[in-house]
Design a protein around this ligand. Structure first.
Ligand code: ATP
Ligand code: MG
Length: 461
């Protein structure tokens, strides 16, 4: 008999969950740890949530834990039970009715443990475990699939994907995060049903995709599944187009833009920050629309170029993440990273103030990391990157960017006319300050007085 060991970052969480299950059992109900937590315990992975499945009705759960429950999804039989500073989903065994919207059952009926296992998505997610003995109950042959490292739909795959289209993305995410294969019939059904994903909300699609690229040891596994089943062309056509977009072999011996992007993501250790993972995924989306073949005077043949692909890609990244209804802070961060991903090329020639401003941007460490894996999986010439990295190390050893010596009200007090030129003047003053040409407010004032337009304005220092 299989036994599961439950480990979380906090042993008290497992103890509290056991106590909830034990209280249900003492009251005469069945109670199991269920679903993802059993799968992860058997794989020796750290647990996130511990979900409990029980024969008790929601009403019985509420009266047993009176004062310590929240009716989060009573219609679906789910009650949140609070215990020891933790909260647990306690869900009544249920079978799902028809699915009219391609995402949620129209109604649910309470039933048996076996019926509850059958309505779950994949066999490895359909296991139950008795928390007191650790004994696993397997109605769906999930243990064998866990052993074989396979994601297999419970029941008839196409019917299961037709009920809830999001399950197709969940299959790809679990396969990618766990490093499992998708069983052939399940994978074939994903390919046949791929177009149905279009009716799932953009937020839910994005959240699966983001978890996949952030949590997978090798996101290329999941990305290739999405590409190969046709799902990617429906949810992210801009990225699907990277496949088959050729690059100049001299700079990109690794292959097309798709291969390059996959290798980059795989080179970042998980867990990845969403901003960085998305920026890597999207950094070259500007390449397909800017692809050009131009005569190459050197060889007499042609060469591939992607003029302005970084700014074009930044706009596309913004449009994609807006479509995915992502928070505006994340959108702005990813857009800036995509826009800036080629800046290492000019770094050595930048004026000191420009360089310091670039390094002072909050997402600069992520930009460095993006550039590192970009170079690692292209021509491998790290010298311009090393320059930027060294500059950043010394920059970090310095105090943070100083307060400006002069602000708008100061320059107005020194007689500058209000208007659009004030902003440009302040920028110029700050550059002079960052480059050490002025270091006191008096010098700032003198600078402004000399700078003020007029017939006798002296030349700048
Ligand atoms: P993780 O939390 O790491 O995403 P999980 O397996 O715990 O993995 P949840 O989304 O938390 O996934 O769902 C808990 C359990 O509920 C799953 O293990 C599965 O048994 C069931 N489940 C979740 N979503 C679905 C779905 N769309 N269709 C069928 N069963 C589902
Ligand atoms: Mg879970």
């Amino acid at each position: 008999m299989a036994q599961a060991r439950f480990q979380t970052a906090d042993a008290k969480q497992v103890e509290a969950a056991r106590a909830v299950a034990a209280a249900l059992q003492r009251a005469g109900h069945q109670a199991f740890f269920a679903g993802g937590c059993v799968r992860d315990a058997l794989l020796g992975r750290p647990l996130k949530d511990i979900d409990i499945a029980t024969s008790a009705t929601p009403g019985q759960v509420e009266s047993l834990f009176a004062g310590h429950t929240v009716p989060v999804g009573k219609a679906f039989g789910v009650v949140l039970v609070l215990r020891g500073g933790f909260s647990f989903d306690v869900a009544t065994f249920r079978t799902d009715g028809a699915y009219a919207d391609g995402r949620h059952p129209d109604r649910v009926a309470f039933g048996t443990a076996e019926g509850d296992a059958q309505r779950r998505d994949f066999t490895v997610n359909g296991l139950f475990c008795d928390p007191s003995s650790g004994e696993v109950t397997d109605f769906v042959n999930g243990l064998a699939d866990l052993d074989a490292r396979v994601i297999r739909a419970i029941g008839e795959p196409e019917a299961r994907f037709r009920e809830d289209h999001l399950r197709m993305l969940r299959a790809a995410r679990f396969a990618s995060v766990l490093g499992f294969e998708i069983e052939p019939a399940t994978r074939a059904a994903m390919a046949r049903c791929a177009a149905q994903i279009r009716s799932v909300s953009a937020e839910r699609i994005a959240s699966e995709l983001i978890r996949m690229v952030c949590e997978s040891p090798r996101p290329s596994l999941g990305l290739n599944l999405l590409l190969g089943t046709g799902l990617l062309a429906h949810i992210l056509p801009e990225v699907a187009e990277l496949s088959g977009t050729a690059q100049p072999p001299l700079y990109h011996p690794e292959g097309d833009v798709w291969t390059h992007t996959c290798l980059m993501l795989d080179a970042l250790p998980p867990p990845r920050l969403p901003a960085l993972a998305l920026a890597v995924l999207l950094h070259d989306v500007g390449k397909p629309p800017t692809y050009r073949e131009e005569p190459d005077p050197g060889t007499g043949g042609t060469r591939i170029r992607f003029p302005c692909h970084a700014p074009v890609g930044a706009d596309l990244a913004e449009a994609i993440l807006t479509r995915f209804r992502q928070p505006s802070k994340l959108i702005a961060e990813v857009k800036a990273l995509v826009a800036g991903h080629m800046r290492f090329v000019e770094a050595a020639k930048m004026r000191p103030a420009k360089l310091r401003r670039l390094m002072g941007e909050p997402s600069f460490p992520l930009l460095l990391e993006l550039m590192r894996v970009d170079i690692l999986h292209s021509n491998g010439d790290f010298s311009p990157w090393r320059f930027l990295k060294d500059a950043y190390e010394s920059f970090r050893a310095e105090p943070v960017l100083p307060e400006p010596l002069a602000r708008g009200r100061d320059v107005l007090a020194w007689g500058v006319e209000p208007g659009p030129a004030v902003g440009a003047l302040l920028d110029e003053l700050y550059d002079a300050q960052l480059e050490g040409r002025i270091s006191t407010q008096e010098e700032a004032r003198a600078y402004v007085l000399r700078r003020r337009p007029g017939p006798s304005a002296p030349p700048l220092p």
